[in-house]
Design a protein around this ligand. Structure first.
Ligand code: ADP
Ligand code: MG
Ligand code: MG
Length: 893
């Protein structure tokens, strides 16, 4: 195969082979843009090298040939003593990865050619500066010398000479530093810096290949699910110099503002600088617009190129460029990263410009981005007011905006929140003992740890705002205070505000508003009104399109008429999961206790009879809110002891009462029942359909309430469409017994009330055995609803409530999985079972309705899977409905 491509030979669609950087350099070259010539060694060569520990045969010759062409084009040879060709050696995978080797600039310099470069450029300082940069970068990245040693050496010289800035150092200073750097290399590696230009090139290229397998890169790949087999390309590019004086410089540019999406000129420029200087923040950059006065010709050329690139890529591009003595050179471009708001605005603008179609526009935004736009946020800082006091910044670990009093331990968090305070739990890092405090807090702030730290993982699982790793904050939990970089001290009880979307931390209460996007979805903001901005209009336009395009219906999980109504406004096409357990709490607890304690059939029937009208009223309201749309009601699922008092509290109460000789008969019986119903592992105990089979009359009471509520609604002219769902079925026999009873009750109510009731009876598929026997179960079910939370628990053998808090952060850190399987469906394992159940269920009953309820129904990646698996609908929390609609439409596109 061909292992080396000249920039004139590649194009932007060859990213797999040439990496992102190489493919785009080739594309720009072929557009006729001023790119310094060069060539790319393919990812295929990398793969070969990593597998065989030697370069593929013929590669050396191929590189030599391309280098010869480059030398001819440039009219000078690599490292030629009197006028050297210099090159950069740049890594460039399909995806950019932290931990990969960085770029080595100025390859080709040595003790001879540095003199030639000085003579040719007429600038000795420039030549020696370039040479020390080569030794420094080569030393650090290829020879793995600690970079600090070089930095320290520079600082020492500056100190000796009483200087503060690098730019103040002279040719002689750099020349002496070259000697020092070489000495450092020799001491640290036991060999000398290679003077042979071709050896420099070869070693740098091999180091790029090898850096594919650094532990950091490997971990990143596992977490991001980048295939280990991809490999990286190596780009060799003729050097151009931004450090040749005031008429030279280097910069970065964006074709639109990546933060807001607004069109305009965005970027930074630094005169008399090379490569990394711009991002390294060594000296202050100027806004790109200033280039208009610094170098008007280059500026207007750059603007023309930016427009050309945007029209060509039909998207926001980011660009690296260098100006060498008034001549503009393009060094990199790619479709640029952007914020969620910018993504929607840009898609809409490009649509307006006729550059992309609606179908393409919806591929330019993601459900994840839409979700980000829906979180509450801090108000924009009012102009002219007192500036907000930012005291730190960390990782944006879990989005949202939270305001509250600072507490430094879990116990205080719980205590204060019980008395109605909003608290922010601040810790250095969290551990499983902090769980209850995290639940009690409005938000969580830590000074250590990244996005896979305990705090981050648990907060995301709970949907709680979290900023982690705010390292500038010195958290002193012992003395209950934290010190800010400015020296201020935040004590327990002081109010702070944390922004989980940006990672910012503020002192004091920053006002929070609902996002306009949520107000739009909730019907409070008309996109055509003046109050709506272009972001809301962009969202509106794309939503209309995805709603028409998608095959999946989107329902919501809602248990109350209020939630149902809100879900409907958000675009839900029914309820996929109406839980009934909350209907047994509060005042109704005593009725449930009576049911559990009943000694005789009569006592039990009385308790059930008392619950019936209450249940009926619950359903009437929900059916009304969802009139004309399906409402899937799940019969009681959780184990009964959840409705009884806590075992410890009750034991204490009884013991105290007994000591006083006033023990009440009822409490004693309750305590017995609590003991009897106590389970080691309730998740796998007496719950769901098992309850229905063991507690006579419980499920039939619920079915009767549903049927009567439907009859009531029909009589008032409504169109109720209930569906009854039986949880935790493992075998068709369980389902048969319950559906037979249910059908009888439905028939009775229809007769009594003289109405026709078409109520579907179906089951959840949430146990592996149910999935494996879906063909049999389908015979007795009108529909399946995949309960992916329990299915994930039972397929993995993970108890969700335990594992997320205890060890998931280490699993994520070690890269066992890139994302919690409770957050995003494990398509390989759980998904495979779902697919099997879909196929066998449909084979047994072709018109069986298939849906999914559970958190995954609102997770963008999972929604795409459910679309591909051929489900009819997904159901998720009301706030996630728009996200699911968008992803379902994108998946269908
Ligand atoms: P990264 O992927 O970190 O952006 P690059 O390969 O783009 O790495 O290079 C790092 C820096 O060096 C960038 O600022 C880039 O513009 C600059 N650079 C790379 N190659 C050259 C070259 N041939 N001439 C001048 N500057 C270069
Ligand atoms: Mg770059
Ligand atoms: Mg379940």
């Amino acid at each position: 195969p061909k292992y080396v491509y000249d920039f004139t030979e590649g194009n932007k669609d060859l990213k797999d082979l040439l990496g992102g950087k190489g493919a785009n350099l080739a594309e720009m070259t072929n557009l006729g843009l001023p790119v310094p010539p060069g060539f790319t060694v393919t990812t295929e060569a990398c793969r070969y090298y990593l597998e065989h520990h030697e370069l593929p045969e013929g590669l050396d010759t191929e590189i030599e040939e391309h280098l010869a062409v480059l030398e001819t084009t440039m009219g000078k040879q690599l490292g030629q003593p009197d006028d050297p060709l210099l090159v950069s050696v740049r890594s460039g995978a399909r995806y950019s990865m932290p931990g990969m080797m960085e770029t080595v600039l100025n390859v080709g310099l040595n003790d001879d050619s540095v003199v030639g470069l000085a003579a040719q450029s007429g600038d000795a300082r420039f030549a020696w500066d370039s040479y020390r940069r080569l030794i420094q970068m080569f030393g650090r990245t290829v020879l793995e010398v600690d970079g600090e040693l070089f930095e320290d050496a520079i600082s020492a010289v500056k100190h000796d000479r009483g200087l503060t800035e690098d730019v103040e150092l002279t040719a002689t200073d750099w020349q002496s530093l070259v000697t020092t750097f070489k000495e450092i290399v020799r001491q640290e590696t036991g060999r000398s810096f290679p003077e042979d230009p071709r050896q420099q090139l070869r070693e740098a290229a091999l180091a790029v290949f090898e850096s594919w397998n650094t532990p950091r890169a490997a971990l990143y790949r596992r977490q991001e699910r980048i295939p280990v087999s991809a490999g990286t390309a190596v780009n060799v590019c003729a050097m151009v110099f931004g450090n040749l004086g005031p008429d030279s410089g280097t910069g970065v540019a964006f074709t639109r503002d990546p933060a807001t999406g607004q069109q305009g000129v965005y970027g930074d420029y630094l005169s008399n600088a090379q490569g990394e200087d711009v991002v390294a923040g060594i000296r202050n950059t100027v806004p790109l617009a200033d280039l208009a006065t610094i170098d008007p010709d280059s500026y207007s050329e750059l603007l023309a190129i930016m427009e050309r690139l945007e029209n060509h890529y039909r998207d926001l591009c980011d660009i690296e460029f260098t100006i060498e003595r008034g001549k503009l050179w393009m060094l990199q471009t790619r479709v640029g990263k952007r914020t969620a708001a910018a993504a929607f605005r840009i898609a809409n603008q490009l649509l307006d410009q006729g550059l992309i179609t609606l179908d393409e526009a919806v591929q330019r935004v993601t459900g994840e981005q839409l979700a980000q736009l829906m979180f509450p946020r801090f108000d924009e800082e009012p102009a002219g007011g007192a500036p907000r006091q930012r005291i730190g910044r960390g990782m944006n670990a879990s989005p949202g905006a939270a305001v509250g009093k600072v507490v430094f331990d879990s116990y205080t968090a719980i205590k204060w929140s019980r008395s109605g305070e909003d608290v922010i739990l601040v810790r250095r890092e969290t551990n499983p003992d902090d769980l209850e405090g995290m639940i009690a807090a409005r938000g969580i702030l830590t000074s250590r740890g990244g996005k896979t730290s305990h705090a981050a993982v648990v907060a995301r699982g709970m949907g709680k705002t979290c900023v982690c790793g705010a390292e500038e904050l010195d958290v002193d939990t012992k003395n209950r205070r934290m010190r800010t970089p400015g020296g201020a001290v935040v004590e327990e009880g002081d109010v702070i505000s944390i922004d989980g979307t940006s990672g910012e931390v503020y002192l004091g209460a920053v006002p929070v508003t609902d996002s306009p996007v949520v107000r739009y979805f909730d019907g409070q903001l008309d996109p055509a009104s003046d109050e709506a901005d272009d972001l809301v209009r962009a969202v509106d336009r794309l939503m209309h399109y995805v709603d028409a395009a998608r095959h999946l219906y989107v329902r919501a999980n809602a248990d109350t008429p209020q939630d149902a109504a809100r879900a409907r406004r958000m675009g839900a096409q029914g309820i996929g999961l109406c839980r009934t357990e909350h209907m047994f709490l509060g005042d109704r607890r005593s009725l449930v206790e009576r049911l559990i304690l009943a000694d005789t059939d009569t006592e039990r029937d009385e308790a059930l009879a008392a619950l019936l009208p209450l249940q009926r009223a619950d359903f009437t309201g929900i059916f009304e809110a969802m009139d004309g749309l399906p409402v899937t009601v799940r019969l009681l699922d959780p184990p009964l002891h959840e409705f009884l008092p806590d075992i410890t509290e009750l034991s204490v109460r009884v013991a105290v009462a007994e000591a006083r000789g006033e023990a009440r008969e009822n409490d004693l019986r309750l305590l017995q029942a609590v003991h009897r119903l106590h389970e080691q592992n309730p998740m796998l105990g007496l719950r769901g359909v098992r309850l229905g089979l063991v507690v006579p009359g419980l499920f039939t009471m619920q079915v009767r309430a549903i049927a009567q509520a439907a009859a009531d609604r029909i009589e008032s002219g409504g169109r109720p469409c209930p569906e009854i769902m039986i949880p935790l079925v493992g075998t068709v026999q369980e389902l048969e017994i319950i559906t037979e009873e249910a059908q009888q009750v439905l028939g009775e109510v229809a007769d009594e009330r003289g109405v026709q009731l078409d109520i579907a009876l179906g089951t959840m598929i949430e146990l592996p055995r149910a999935a494996l026997t879906a063909g049999q179960i389908a015979e007795s079910a009108d529909f399946f609803s995949f309960g992916t939370n329990d299915l994930t628990q039972t397929v993995w053998g993970f108890s969700r409530d335990d594992v997320e808090a205890s060890f998931f952060s280490s699993y994520l850190e070690k890269g066992v999985f890139g994302v919690s399987p409770f957050e995003s469906l494990d398509t390989d394992g759980v998904g495979r079972l779902i697919q099997l159940a879909v196929d066998e269920g449909r084979a047994a009953k072709s018109d069986i309705k298939l849906g999914v309820c559970g958190e995954h129904g609102g997770d963008p990646v999972s929604v795409r899977f459910f679309h591909a698996a051929g489900l009819d609908y997904v159901s998720c929390s009301p706030f996630r409905v728009p996200v699911a609609r968008l992803e379902a439409g994108r998946a269908a596109g």
